[in-house]
Design a protein around this ligand. Structure first.
Ligand code: R5P
Length: 287
């Protein structure tokens, strides 16, 4: 059975339809003091797959997923699978300053306690290659790269794929290789959650090309906005920004659109730009 939690009901319904298995929602409400109350509407048995993106309302979403996983086991599920199309806290993967909390490891420990197997779409793995570095349970990463490749092939002629920082090669370069397009990977220095500088370490020939900026996620949008500023100086006027996870914090989407970008994301986080449907990839992985 597939259960769609608050942030991923549409996606979960699509996955259930593709797998031809039963689908159910969960009743979710806030108490007046903002504590969360959950209630499964059906009896659970066998394997239960919970699907929950950890955006928006990132902390509530995580608590909902933990409460639902624990409850599912208590009321009859033999095995609990959590599909997190977007998993939060992955960028806090190091004690950057003394006293910092290494959030991704703590989140993984909570999930380990209640879940048997987790699937994550394009997790932000920076220093480590695999989710098994943090999770004790079985942890599988999926990627939306084939969807980005299909989209570019269908909609964009002569694309030049631009990754704004070295980590983005996993999306920008990998996708360029699938479609046989050119790619460049830039350099970025992050000063804070909001401040970044992007450097063009090399000469880029944009003549006759359509600039496609590819990254795993858009949070404040500043990474892509700084990249767009550079490209404008080279005479580029039209930009497509493709990211898997559209977090869009602090008005990021509007800022990017104002800068002239068309923005495309996957439905790992539900929002109006989510044109890339990940349900087929999730369904296939769950078979
Ligand atoms: C970080 O390395 C990620 O790959 C993204 O580039 C980053 O999280 C985007 O954040 P923002 O939109 O706030 O610049």
């Amino acid at each position: 059975m597939i259960v769609g939690l608050s942030n991923s009901k549409d996606l979960a319904r699509k996955v259930a339809r593709k797998l031809k298995v039963k689908y159910s929602d969960i009743d979710f409400e806030f108490f007046p003091d903002r504590e969360i109350h959950l209630r499964f509407k059906t009896k659970l048995k066998g394997t239960v797959v919970l699907i929950q993106s950890m955006q928006p309302k990132t902390n509530d979403a995580l608590i909902e997923a933990l409460f639902a996983s624990a409850t599912a086991k208590e009321i009859g599920a033999k095995k609990v699978i959590l599909v997190a199309p977007y998993l939060n806290y992955m960028r806090q993967d190091k004690r950057f300053r003394p006293g910092d909390c290494v959030s991704n490891e703590i989140v993984a420990k909570f999930i380990d306690d209640y879940v048997d197997h987790i699937f994550v779409v394009d997790p932000h793995l920076h220093r480590e290659k695999n989710l098994s570095h943090f999770f004790k349970i079985k942890a599988t990463k999926l990627t939306a790269n084939p969807l980005i490749a299909q989209y570019i092939k269908k909609h964009i002629k002569n694309p030049l794929l631009i990754g704004p920082d070295w980590e983005s090669y996993k999306w920008a370069r990998a996708t360029a290789e699938i479609i046989g397009a050119e790619s460049v990977i830039l350099k970025k220095k992050r000063y804070s959650g909001r401040k970044v500088k992007v450097y063009f370490g090399q000469k880029i020939d944009v003549k006759g090309k359509n600039a496609v900026l590819v990254d795993d996620m858009i949070s404040t949008g500043n990474t892509l906005l700084r990249t767009i500023e550079h490209l404008k100086k080279l005479g580029v006027k039209k930009f497509t920004c493709i990211a898997i996870h559209g977090v869009f914090a602090e008005g990021a989407l509007k800022k990017l659109q104002k800068a002239g970008a068309q923005v495309i994301t996957a439905n790992t986080i539900e929002n109006p730009t989510a044109k890339l449907d990940i349900s087929g990839i999730i369904a296939e992985a769950l078979k």
